[in-house]
Write a protein that binds this ligand. Structure first.
Ligand code: GTP
Ligand code: MG
Length: 198
């Protein structure tokens, strides 16, 4: 699938104020700094459509981007950023969970995991939450340019082992990306196109 148009529509912290159109949407979630916003820019061929930063905590709201006038990519704030005050963090969590629990247009969540790291408790908890909430999701291993190609399979195998140890029967569908090198772009867009056609 080719992305011809990508436009920012609205930012907010209230799921009831998200666009009312009944278009399929795909949300990017994961720990702060994992590369959610960068991946949206990579997929849409834009440098600054979604705001990115070297410092965690850049994206603070639910951001809707309309693609090819008929579906949405949604950039969300990261979780697990300790320097955000506890009260602010609770607000993030509440509107993020409201989004996952109430947004009927959400067809698939992409949970981003830094491919370099061992499985983090907070990610495993969030994945478990998505399972309990019955939100369809895939895993995206990000920043693949930061490890050697030979190590990618071993890192994914280690993650799979961790998920199976956490009562998942199988590894969810997953992708490997690098926003700096464009890795995984075609696979992800093809996946989204397939779901949009269903
Ligand atoms: P929050 O909005 O704070 O939750 O972060 P985010 O998940 O949106 O991360 P963001 O896209 O802002 O990227 C964080 C940092 O990681 C930036 O410095 C990016 O340049 C860098 N980064 C993101 N993706 C990649 C990647 O694939 N490879 C490399 N090398 N760096 C990346
Ligand atoms: Mg961001």
């Amino acid at each position: 699938m080719k992305i011809n148009t990508a436009e920012f529509i609205i930012s907010n912290s209230d799921v009831s104020k998200c666009p009312l159109e009944r278009l399929p949407e795909y949300a990017f979630i994961g720990r702060s700094n994992v590369g959610k916003s960068s991946l949206i820019n990579m997929l849409t061929n834009h440098k600054n459509l979604a705001k990115t930063s070297g410092k965690p905590g850049k994206t603070q709201l639910i951001n809707h981007f309309k693609i090819n006038s008929n579906w949405f990519l949604v950039d969300l704030p990261g979780y697990g950023y300790a320097r955000v005050s506890k009260k602010t963090k609770e607000v993030f969590q509440e509107f993020i969970t409201d989004y996952f629990e109430q947004r009927e247009q959400l067809v698939c969540a992409f949970v981003l995991i830094d491919i370099r790291l061992e499985a983090q408790k907070i990610d495993l908890e969030f994945i478990e939450y998505l399972g309990e909430t019955e939100v369809p999701f895939c895993i995206i291993f990000t920043k693949a340019d930061k490890i050697s190609k030979g190590k990618v399979a071993a890192h994914i195998a280690a993650y799979r082992k961790e998920l199976l140890a956490n009562n998942w029967e199988e590894m969810p569908q997953h992708f490997v990306t690098s926003s700096t090198e464009g890795t995984g772009k075609e696979e992800l867009l093809q996946f989204i196109d397939g779901v949009n056609q269903d």
